[in-house]
Structures are given as structure tokens and as C-alpha cells.
Design a protein around this ligand. Structure first.
Ligand SMILES: [Zn+2]
Ligand SMILES: [Zn+2]
Length: 308
């Protein structure tokens, strides 16, 4: 197979576009798709300071690499969750990536800022690790983003479609209203964007490979059979018979999404302990977690309106 642009040896074939490309032109294609998403959804501008949430995996490091290549002003943020072996190996990749490119990297350790590692928290609270982890990551990312204009995450098209399928099949209207490639800065939350939504998991993996990004590829040992993997498999099956269905499903959703938005959504107010925006009444979910774990005094609970 030959590259459609230079007729050199093609390294990848993209069935959705009936397009074969060599390494150089694939990288160009990938960057154009990122640029298009940034432009279509008005994600950020050249002047903005972008904090890229990185895990050491292919998606977040490809995103950081792409934004840096496109000339945006970026820094990385990594939260070390203290998961045996896994966190250290992810962190190594992130540190190496930043160092090689001379990019600023902010690292926070959960044990230091929260007082416990994720495995300890999960064991003591007996709640699914992924749920707790998502909550903690969002929380510390917000804290880290104070000096930045926007937070960028490496969610790709498959991630977004899997999330959308889950929300549709379970009719989670609240989530459908807010599943967006851009969340505006409001009620004390930072602006959040997903510049990889026009690129599939395969396309992102190919980019990481062709750019020689040394990423960490192991699944988190704490996650148990995430339902997103199930949805991704179904979507790929559908894609075999209906080329481009993933993208149409997602694009179509964005165009009608406003229908799910309702006015009577509760406005968050600052947590009385840490100031993080919350609708849980008085205390945010992370401060509540700390109380349950004995890291904050219990009497804080009594004088909040306490909804959960
Ligand atoms: Zn070429
Ligand atoms: Zn709080």
C-alpha cells in the first residue's frame, strides 16, 4: 500500500476515510484532527495556558505531544495514587516524557495531599476503586489548575462513545446534559476540554507508536471489568458493518444535546472546609471521604446540612 499523499510506503490504513498514509503524513493527519476539534468546539486559543492531565498512558501522552507540537502553551499534571508498582511505573513514563521535551510537569501525591493512598482508601471504604479514583482525580486536578485557563484530558472517540452508550442505555439524563467536549468554567470549576474526540483509540495508539512515545500500557490493577470495555467492543463490531457509525453517533448527539439540558439544576456552592464547589450541601465529597476515614473531625458533619 502507498501513501496517498507522497506515494511512499504506507504505514497505516484508515478504513473510515479510505486513506493509506506514511508515517510523516499520518502524524500530519492526526494533528489536523486535533486542531479541528479544538476549532470546532472553540476549546482554547494560543494565549491560553493548558494543563494536560496525564496518566502515563498512550492517550494522555499523545494529547500532550500533539498540543505541544501544535505550539500550544502546555504543562502536565500527574496524580500519584500510590498503587503498588503501577503508579511508580506510570510516573516514570510521564517524568521521562516531560524531561525529554523540556516541558513543565506538576506532580501531586495522594498520600501527601489526602493522607492515604488509593489502595488504602478503597480497602477501608469498601467502594469501587474507579469511582473513588475518578472523584479524587477531578478534585486534585481542579486544585492544580488554579494558575491555568483550561484542563485538557486525553479521552478519545471510543471513550466518549462508550460513555455515551452507557448514558443512553441507562437513560442518565443528567449525564447526557453534560457529556461534552467542552465544559465551561463556571460555579468555581475550571474549563475542561477533550481535544482527542475526533480520533479513535486505534488512531491514538498509532500516533503514540509513530511518534516513539514511551507510554505505560498496563491496566490498573484496581479496576475490575469496566463496563466501558464492553461498550467499546460492541461499537467496534458495529463499525465493521457500518463504517463511521461511531463518529456519526457522537456528532449527532452533540448536535441535539441541548434538549437534555434543564434549568432546575442545583448550583454548586463552595465546600465549607476546602472551598471546592459542591451540591452535596456544605461539605464536598472528598472532605466527606476524609471524615469517614478519620482524616477530618467527625463533628464537621453535624453542622452541615448533610444530604449524604
Ligand atoms: Zn506520505
Ligand atoms: Zn471539601
Amino acid at each position: 500500500m502507498k501513501c496517498r499523499i507522497c506515494k511512499g510506503k504506507a504505514e497505516i490504513y484508515l478504513p473510515q476515510y479510505n486513506l493509506a498514509l506514511c508515517r510523516e503524513h499520518y502524524i500530519e493527519f492526526f494533528l489536523r484532527r486535533v486542531k479541528k476539534a479544538v476549532k470546532d468546539f472553540k476549546m482554547f486559543s494560543r494565549e491560553d495556558r493548558i494543563l494536560v492531565a496525564v496518566s502515563g498512558g498512550k492517550d494522555s501522552l499523545s494529547l500532550w505531544d500533539a498540543l505541544h507540537s501544535l505550539g500550544y502553551n502546555t504543562a502536565g499534571f500527574f496524580l500519584d495514587l500510590g498503587i503498588n508498582g503501577h503508579s511508580a511505573r506510570s510516573r516514570e513514563r510521564v517524568e521521562k516524557f516531560a524531561e525529554e521535551r523540556g516541558l513543565p510537569l506538576k506532580i501531586e501525591e495522594l498520600e501527601r495531599v489526602f493522607g492515604m493512598t488509593l489502595p488504602e482508601i478503597t480497602k477501608r471504604l469498601r467502594e469501587p476503586a474507579c469511582k473513588l479514583c475518578g472523584r479524587l482525580k477531578r478534585y486534585y486536578m481542579e486544585q492544580a489548575a488554579k494558575d491555568y485557563d483550561v484542563i485538557a484530558t486525553g479521552h478519545n472517540m471510543d471513550d466518549e462513545v462508550a460513555f455515551l452508550m452507557g448514558n443512553v442505555f441507562n437513560w442518565k439524563e443528567e449525564y447526557l446534559a453534560h457529556q461534552s467536549p467542552v465544559l465551561p468554567a463556571e460555579h468555581g470549576f475550571s474549563r475542561k476540554v477533550k481535544p482527542l474526540i475526533y480520533l479513535s483509540e486505534r488512531e491514538t495508539a498509532a500516533y503514540a507508536f509513530m511518534r516513539g512515545i514511551d507510554y505505560y500500557d498496563e491496566r490498573c490493577p484496581l479496576s475490575r471489568g469496566a463496563t466501558s470495555i464492553f461498550y467499546k467492543n460492541i461499537m467496534r463490531q458495529m463499525e465493521l458493518g457500518m463504517m463511521g457509525i461511531r463518529f456519526r453517533f457522537l456528532k449527532g448527539f452533540y448536535s441535539i444535546q441541548d434538549r437534555f439540558k434543564s434549568e432546575d439544576r442545583e448550583t454548586p456552592s463552595p465546600c465549607k472546609v476546602c472551598g471546592y464547589p459542591t451540591t452535596a450541601g456544605g461539605l464536598c465529597s472528598v472532605c466527606r471521604m476524609k471524615i469517614r476515614l478519620g482524616l477530618l473531625p467527625e463533628d464537621l458533619l453535624e453542622d452541615s446540612s448533610g444530604k449524604g
